[in-house]
Write a new protein. Sequence first.
Length: 343
Amino acid sequence: MPGMSLSAATVTITGGTGSFGKTMARHLLSQGVGQVHILSRDEAKQDQMRKDFGDDRLKFYLGDVRDIDSVASAVRGAEFVFHAAALKQVPSCEFFPQQAVKTNVEGSHNVIEASAAAGVSTVVCLSTDKAVYPVNAMGMSKALMEKTAQAYARNNPTSRTTVAVTRYGNVMYSRGSVIPLFLEQLRAGRPLTITDPEMTRFLMSLADSVDLVLHAFEHAEPGDLFVRKAPASTVDVLARAVASIAGDDSPTVDVIGTRHGEKLHETLLSWEEVLRSSDEGDYFRVPLDARSLQYEKYVEEGEAKPTQLEAYNSANTTRLDVEGTKDLLRQLPEIQALMERAL
């Protein structure tokens, strides 16, 4: 990463025992990072990660982003912070929305404030496509997390701490992903359960999500939002692609109906954000709207906005068929291991 000295850097990852956190930690260690602070609330996962990695550069902090004191301990001495801690399950947040607010909104505020107080150089907050035009509590709480990050940048223009946001879609084979569920159902000889055959979802790997966050660290200005371009498929195509890789080209599929709070299509950039975005190859960048509350300065004159643009969503991005989805799945380490075992 140009401009970043990993050899001497201390990096904090909140939610560091999750799928993203472990992947990012492994990448940082492979790049010669100085030290990685792992903040999470699960002591069993911390113990397992400690054993799996066996690297003295990992330092574990037991705590919760809801508790600013535990956050302050984990970010002390860090130059960079990856904020990945969150409640992510859509149905769970639908039943317990106040818990989503406490972790995703108030917890994110704690991370940003503690990082700024500790003199952290850059904080990148991880968000989700569900934050765009949100219809569920998880997406709403993540949208407020984004606003919290952007408000800090807007209200503290002279801060030495750069706060930015990354937003991405479903991460394949992460914890809670449908792909391991499909494989489990296939092994048990059960039908593949899908919610709606026409439902579309962006498809990203953990490696893609790491690349997006690293891109943000390298290029972010305060308040920037970054999105990585990604293909999508229908849930039906994804199920059949997983089954085909597992050796079943004619799986039985059981349509169970949409779960609480689910969308038919996911959106990574709203129409309003597309208008302000810049295309950076594999990424979109949306700069901070840094206007003040003195709105009278902006009402005298306006500018014509193009009407042919549309939101960037899983229905109008590159759509993969079964073979294209299989090609993407074959890039996942877990699928590669599955295929090797089958040989």
